[in-house]
Design a binder for this molecule. Structure first.
Ligand SMILES: [Zn+2]
Length: 60
């Protein structure tokens, strides 16, 4: 299992989140503000958008 440090765009809370194998993660729930955070429309997932890692899906 691979973890990423993901930073909430709302409250800036940083938490560890598991990167799913072979798929994108379109949203997650922030432990800080308890909001469900969705990826921006032009980015495939919250891992790519808000964390220090990239999701395992190939990017062009
Ligand atoms: Zn938050």
């Amino acid at each position: 299992m691979t973890l990423a440090n993901i930073k909430c765009p709302e409250c800036k809370h940083v938490q560890k989140i598991e990167i799913p194998k072979g798929s994108c993660l379109p949203f997650y729930k922030c432990d800080g503000c308890k909001k469900v955070i969705f990826a921006p429309k032009n980015i495939c997932c919250v891992i790519c958008a808000y964390s220090d890692k990239k999701c395992p899906v190939a990017h062009n």
